[in-house]
Design a protein around this ligand. Structure first.
Ligand SMILES: NC(=O)N[C@@H](CC(=O)O)C(=O)O
Ligand SMILES: [Zn+2]
Length: 426
């Protein structure tokens, strides 16, 4: 089955140029100004933007264990709706996939997803933080990325052991950095806003202190240490200095830590509750600066769906997390690209090319002739309002509902198969 995408635009040296793309057998066969050929299907893109399929290496799919929040099918559909063709599925599922058998079973379940799913294996058995898993066996079973995300690993000796083993295998440790003893049961950033709302504050040193410790251990072991969702000025500065000293470290930031800060929290509204919490405006600016100078390598959504009911209990008793798959590109395009702060190329690098490179995601297409046809298409001109009624995710927990944006997904393809097309809703 061949498909010809007509009248799209691609980014070329920070400019948009008109291009047609011919796909056959799931692969990009040709890409140039005008392609005149017979194809089984011709899709007119009317000048929309074509990018490599976006890659989101921090997603919570919730299956098995919490399918009231999300399933592999709904989470993958949400990703496709956001232009993502590959997602990294975190291991805070129940049961987690900490043995080759459980990992295989999870990979089988993931086949129901319509995008490419990189399943994380945990770092420790049962994600309990005490004993490293058998990394070689899990790698043999197909695991490429490892994380206990949801919690930080408290025991430094466990981190040291895991990093030594992962270094030997040439595999990354992806770290939710959080020192429990410095967290003090906080549910919101510790500072003016926690005080104003009378809520227990989560200090930024709970994140920063653990990153500092783990950077030292990473340097000693030579492992590829990837820091998930950095949120503080000091976290960004620590990574910046470590990179200067040759530590093999990469890191990610979420859209919400780039777009929001604690001053956006006007009342006790758990749609703004996530971990790490929204920090101060200076922290948000440090994250933006970190991206722009190459300290922060990628953007990842930390898509964390919860039910409407669960999010009705204030900051104190609602779970952490917001959904992100279906809003990330539009929000970031509108806030940063349309306003001229970033180029489209930068956004696509942070949301697609860089994650492919830092995690060696060889099966992700990058829009080159000969690549897998993993493609996203966005309409940059139509204004629309973020409406949870349009979400494919089961989670509606987003502080961005009601925002006016551009960057509507028109089409998403994985290996040349249409997995989302605007106007179709199944
Ligand atoms: N980020 C969140 O606020 N929540 C995540 C866990 C995590 O990524 O730490 C979740 O699984 O709900
Ligand atoms: Zn996390």
């Amino acid at each position: 089955m061949s498909i010809l995408l007509k009248n799209g635009q691609v980014i070329d040296h920070h400019q948009l140029i008109a291009q047609d793309i011919l796909i056959d057998n799931g692969v990009i066969q040709d890409k140039q100004g005008q392609i005149e050929t017979d194809a089984d299907q011709v899709i007119d893109l009317h000048g929309a933007l074509i990018t490599p399929g976006l890659v989101d290496m921090h997603v919570h799919l919730r299956e098995p264990g919490y399918t009231n929040k999300e399933t592999i099918v709904t989470g993958a559909k949400a990703a496709a709706h956001g232009g993502f063709t590959m997602i990294g599925a975190m291991a805070n599922i129940n049961p987690t996939c900490d043995t080759p058998e459980k990992f295989h079973a999870q990979e089988q379940r993931n086949e129901a997803g319509i995008v490419k799913i990189k399943q994380y294996a945990p770092v420790t058995q049962g994600r309990a933080g005490h004993q490293a898993i058998d990394f070689a066996a899990l790698h043999e079973a197909g695991a490429q990325v490892f994380s206990d995300d949801g919690s930080g690993i408290q025991d430094a000796a466990v981190v040291f052991d895991a990093m030594k083993q992962l270094a030997k295998l040439g595999l990354p440790l992806c770290d939710h950095a959080q020192d429990e003893q410095l967290s003090f049961g906080g549910v919101i950033n510790c500072g003016d806003v926690s005080e104003r709302l009378g809520l227990p504050g989560l200090p930024d040193i709970s994140e920063t202190a653990q990153i500092a410790r783990n950077l030292i251990i990473a340097q000693e072991t030579g492992v590829h240490y990837h820091v998930c969702h950095v949120s503080t000025t000091e976290s960004v500065e620590l990574v910046r200095q470590a990179k200067r000293h040759g530590v093999n470290v990469t890191c990610e930031v979420t859209p919400h830590h780039l777009l929001l800060d604690e001053d956006d929290i006007k009342e006790d509204d758990p749609q703004f509750k996530m971990n790490p919490p929204l920090r101060e405006v200076t922290d948000r600016q440090a994250c933006i600066a970190g991206l722009m100078d190459g300290t922060i390598d990628i953007i990842a959504t930390d898509h964390a769906p919860h039910t409407d009911e669960e999010k009705q209990h204030g900051f104190l008793n609602s779970p952490n997390g917001i959904v992100g798959s279906e809003t990330a590109f539009a929000l970031l395009y509108t806030k940063f690209v349309k306003s001229g702060i970033w180029t489209l190329q930068q956004l696509v690098d942070w949301m697609s090319i860089n994650p492919i490179q830092i995690f060696n995601l060889d099966d992700a297409g990058q829009l080159r002739v000969g690549d897998a046809a993993d493609i996203a298409v966005f309409d940059l001109t139509t204004d629309f309002v973020i409406d949870e009624e349009n979400f494919f995710s089961k989670g509606h927990n987003s502080p961005f509902v009601g925002d006016h944006v551009n960057g509507l997904t028109v089409l998403t393809m994985v290996d040349g198969q249409v997995v989302y097309r605007r106007g179709t809703n199944e």
